[in-house]
Design a protein around this ligand. Structure first.
Ligand code: ATP
Length: 233
């Protein structure tokens, strides 16, 4: 399970989320601009410290305000892919992939490369790649670190429609082959419904619906004990 019980205030905006999701498949995260999707990602990845609450992944506490647990981003086992598909510009795709890779086995290495169809660009530098190729390489790089969870922040929004559809197919294929659970932010509900096993909808900092296997609980209100503070310590 991915358990998220959080309250975070930034300026006038309050993120107030109480959510448990299965740690498998692809979970879509949708909601209007400003509803808090990227803020939730930043809390999960450890780039932002929530005001209070807890986050756990498969029973391992990543953040727990009361127990003073705050695992640094590099040790969370969470990969992040942004809209721009960030790669090191001076390195070939293969070196980019190898950079974050742990002792990833040849089988896994080949599986990711085949599923994302990037074998023909392994020797290329990022500047020579198309937008779709860059995104696929960025997803491959994140997967080579063998994350327990991969966060995808609008990874296809900058691509033209044809490339978008193909990239979505490849994302679905690499998820099915590697079994790395993914959470996928998108502005396009139909794209998310096609790709995802469950869909979380946010509005004004709160989760307003979870389809399929997900579960939405009561918001984690300020000044009260969390209704079910079950995250592992
Ligand atoms: N550093 C900050 N300080 C204060 N408020 C912030 C800060 N960063 C974001 N916000 C506000 O938090 C709210 C949530 O922003 P967030 O980026 O999480 O939304 P989003 O759903 O990801 O939006 P989008 O789809 O446009 O990326 C917004 O109202 C935003 O203005």
């Amino acid at each position: 399970m991915i358990e998220i019980h959080l309250r975070h205030r930034q300026g006038a905006f309050v993120l107030d989320v109480d959510l448990a999701l299965p740690a498998r498949g692809i979970t879509g995260l949708i909601g209007r601009s400003g509803s808090g999707k990227s803020t939730l990602f930043a809390c999960l990845a450890g780039h932002l410290r929530p005001t209070r609450g807890c986050i756990s992944l498969r029973g391992r506490a990543l953040y727990h305000s009361e127990a003073k647990i705050d695992v640094p981003p590099a040790r969370r086992g969470i990969g992040v892919v942004f809209q721009e598909g960030l790669l090191f510009p001076h390195m070939s795709v293969a070196r980019n992939l190898a950079y974050g890779a742990r002792n990833v086995g040849t089988e896994f290495w080949n599986e990711v490369i085949a599923a994302l169809d990037i074998r023909h660009i392994l020797d290329a530098k990022p500047a020579r790649l198309s937008g779709g190729e860059r995104q696929r390489a960025a997803i491959a790089r994140a997967l080579m670190a063998e994350p327990e969870l991969l966060l995808l922040d609008e990874p296809v929004s900058a691509l033209d429609p044809g490339l978008k559809a193909r990239t979505l197919e490849l994302i679905a294929r690499v998820q099915a082959r590697t079994r790395v659970p993914m959470i996928y932010i998108s502005h396009a509900p139909e794209e998310v419904r096609r790709l995802c096993d469950q869909v979380v909808t946010m509005q004004d900092g709160r989760v307003v619906s979870v389809t399929s296997e997900g579960r939405v609980g009561a918001p984690y209100a300020a000044g009260t004990a969390a209704p079910e503070l079950r995250c592992a310590r």
